[in-house]
Structure formats: structure tokens, C-alpha cells
Design a protein around this ligand. Structure first.
Ligand SMILES: [Zn+2]
Length: 88
């Protein structure tokens, strides 16, 4: 009985000694996962979009976004010019 009490006390001491280490490891893991999740939200540079009208593919910088009932469609420079001239 005395041996069991000493053993559990030793285990408790070991747990208390490892607690800050475990906590630090958990914080590190949470920060690592959060950073990874953040990175996946940002679209990669040089991502290409297909034109909604002619289907020509180009990088985002050369595409013009147009909103239609909440959805965003991408048009190339040529087709975007056609749409804006028709609308006005
Ligand atoms: Zn186009």
C-alpha cells in the first residue's frame, strides 16, 4: 500500500515535470497547423483562369472579374472590353 502510494506520487511528479513541456508542444503544434491552414487559403501566385466567354486561359493579373448574381466570372482583356462596351 505504501509502495503504491509512493509509485503514484512518483508518477504525479513525473507528470508535473512533463506538463510544461507537453503544453509547449501542444501550443507549437496548434501554431503550426494554423500557419499551414492560413497558407492554403491564399491562392498560389501565377494561378490561371479560363475566360468565361472564349475559354482562353490567362494568369489572374490579365483577367477581369465580372460579378453575375453573386458568382464571379473571369474574362480576358478582349472579352471584358466587349462586355463593358455593350453594357454602357
Ligand atoms: Zn475571352
Amino acid at each position: 500500500m505504501t509502495t503504491a502510494a509512493t509509485l503514484s506520487g512518483a508518477h504525479l511528479g513525473l507528470f508535473m515535470a512533463l506538463a510544461p513541456l507537453t503544453l509547449g508542444l501542444i501550443i507549437y503544434l496548434v501554431a503550426y497547423v494554423a500557419k499551414r491552414g492560413e497558407g492554403s487559403i491564399v491562392p498560389p501566385l501565377g494561378q490561371s483562369f479560363a475566360c468565361a466567354k472564349c475559354g482562353k486561359r490567362n494568369v489572374r493579373e490579365h483577367m477581369v472579374p465580372a460579378k453575375f448574381e453573386g458568382a464571379v466570372a473571369w474574362y480576358c482583356d478582349h472579352c471584358a472590353g466587349d462586355i463593358t462596351s455593350r453594357a454602357s
